[in-house]
Design a protein around this ligand. Structure first.
Ligand code: DAH
Length: 362
């Protein structure tokens, strides 16, 4: 309407606003801007928005019309009208761009391109989860023992001195107690120093014959270095039946080493543990020096991996089992050590630092 009036008789249509001496067309531009703001912001989809936008700034749009006729005004007026129109045009463009983004996002979200997922974007690499080496070897060992009929049992990490010592034939005044550098809690309990406590607990239930393994954490008052930690993992084993012999112990443990560590040279040598008689240590040839002798095997060429023995008659007696009727063997693997040997890790601390770069290598 304004455009056509201007075309017909533009010069005579210039009416001045009394108050601020501006051409009336300025308030027209304000009105156009107001309309544009309202219409663009209320558009319901991108098509509607584009149409409406074109009505203001397109070739035949309202703002374009005003600029088109600007030659009809005086130089002074051209300046005012020109700058006001450009200001309005910029503002309308900004409103349009903002609204377009908003409507496009909504429409994209509803589109078949995957309800907001663009299937054409190349995927990013995600590293899969993997098990901690101790957990992985523990599961492997558990599977192996299960295949030989062993059941997996657990005992408490905070233990009574009865199960940790007395029931294992280590009375309070026995010097062997000192071997296990024990943390004593104020309430008289102890963080178990070995998983052998689970032997005592299992025997007490008297469900015989039995074959169990008991993996778990143990605690000792140790100065931490490459081969000692104050917290470590052990896996206890106990096999009780009427005719169990030392050769059964040897056969099963040699098979265990073969399964977990591959073909290795092994040897048994006598050792003292109060809860077994005889007591033994199963050693394997040092993996680090091939038996020649090095710092890790203390120049012996051998590394102790599984202390073991035949269950002491007193341990059976504490549990109320007749040692004439039943026999058994037991072993207590230092599990962290098995993991170290399996993967050639020469510092135990690496397993507990939670360093992903180290752990993901296994
Ligand atoms: N409990 C012992 C320790 O931590 C290891 C051990 C030795 C366990 C002989 C056994 C065994 O079951 O028969 O030093």
């Amino acid at each position: 309407m304004l455009n056509s009036c201007l075309k017909i008789n533009a010069k005579r249509l210039i009416i001045y606003n009394d108050m601020n001496n501006e051409p009336e067309i300025i308030s027209e531009i304000d009105k156009i801007l107001e309309d544009a703001e309202r219409l663009l912001n209320s558009s319901e989809n991108v098509n509607e928005l584009d149409d409406r936008f074109r009505n203001f700034t397109g070739k035949k749009g309202k703002i374009t019309g005003i600029l088109h006729n600007i030659h009809l005004y005086s130089a002074e007026e051209k300046k005012i009208i020109g700058s006001k129109s450009n200001e309005a045009k910029n503002r309308i463009e900004n409103i349009y761009n903002g609204k377009k983004k908003e409507l496009s996002n909504i429409e994209y979200g509803k589109s078949s391109t995957g309800r907001g997922i663009d299937l054409t974007i190349p995927g990013s690499y995600m590293e899969g989860p993997h098990k901690h080496p101790i957990t992985a070897v523990l599961e492997e060992a558990s599977d192996f023992f299960s295949s030989m009929g062993f059941e997996i049992v657990e005992g408490p990490e905070i233990e009574t001195t009865h199960y940790n010592f007395d029931a294992l034939n280590i009375p309070a005044d026995h010097p062997a107690r000192d071997v296990w550098d024990t943390f004593y809690l104020l309430n008289g309990l102890v963080p178990r120093t070995h998983t052998s406590s689970v032997q005592a607990r299992t025997l007490e239930k008297k469900q015989l014959p039995l074959r169990v393994i008991a993996p778990g954490r143990c605690y000792r008052y140790e100065a931490v270095d490459a081969t000692h930690l104050f917290m470590f993992n052990q896996m206890e084993g106990l096999f009780v039946d009427k005719n169990v012999r030392l050769t059964d112990l040897k056969g099963i443990l040699e098979e265990t080493v073969k399964n977990l560590l591959g073909a290795r040279k092994t040897r048994f040598r006598p050792a003292f543990y109060p809860f077994v008689e005889p007591g033994l240590d199963l050693d394997i040839e040092c993996v680090f020096c091939g038996g020649r002798g090095c710092g890790i095997c203390k120049n012996t060429g051998w590394i102790e991996v599984i202390p073991c023995g035949m269950v002491h008659p007193n341990v059976f007696k504490y549990a109320g089992i007749d040692p004439q009727e039943y026999r058994g063997f037991a072993f207590g693997m230092g599990f962290d050590r098995i993991v170290m040997l399996k993967y050639n890790i020469n510092d135990l601390r690496l397993l507990y630092q939670g360093n992903i770069d180290i752990l993901k290598q296994f």
